[in-house]
Design a protein around this ligand. Sequence first.
Ligand code: PAF
Length: 291
Amino acid sequence: MRVIVGLKEMLAWANKMRQQGHRIGFVPTMGYLHDGHFSLIERARQVDDIVVCSIFVNPAQFGPQEDFGRYPRDLARDESLTEKAGVDILFCPRAEDIYPDGFKTRVSVESLSGKLCGRDRPGHFGGVTTIVAKLFNLVKPHNAYFGQKDAQQFVIIRQMVEDLNFDIQLHMLPIIREKDGLALSSRNKYLNDSERKAALVLSRAIKQARGLFERGIRTAEEILAGAEAEIAKEKLARLDYLALVDMASLEAVKVIAGAPVLLAMAIRIGGVRLIDNTIFNEENLWKTTWN
Ligand code: PAF
């Protein structure tokens, strides 16, 4: 595995690989890698002949009161794990190269970026789309892989790729969970023992909602009420939002019909903000929404 830091070096390598006819798979990350990331790397290894993983804790996607300073970082560990996972290039750019003095451009996807997590984190998705657009231009991937845990992020990046004509195939892979249901996240590291137990409320709420759906219930009112009742049982949980939305527009839906619908939530456990989601009618996602 080769580690690339410089932007020019990354670009030169990507151009060379493309000229030689290689297919580049790309897994962008903020590091502190877990099995969720490795499932993306594994898929990239199956689909592409060269795999690039980037690690960049992107200051532009953190609000002033957020955890940029204490976001977990362990480059030595990530380097050894990505090498074992079969990554060909680990791209770790420096913040001063990504955002040099005089940097003025921001890529932002209107409307979608202000919904759900965007309401609590103004500017967050603009930071994400700006860095992802830059990384796409530097790595020049044929395929890029993202996790469903950040489903809204995926919807927004997909819109950006479509609107700006990036010639990149996007893939969204399932949420990877601990045995007890907690969705893997680098931020789980912040949880103490009692918060870790309380954090199971997210997957329990999802289970409750899916149970209702499986029993034939289709109204948002009933499904949301079921999930909310589950959340209310956990004293340490403070709900930021719980929503049932159309997977393309992220607009609230009243009834789950045939189209893919996202049940998404953000919950604060102590000082830690966690997100989780599930998709109803997922089998229709790429057929009807993103065909
Ligand atoms: O999902 C993440 O880890 C980040 O938002 C991403 C896509 C790497 C952009 O910084």
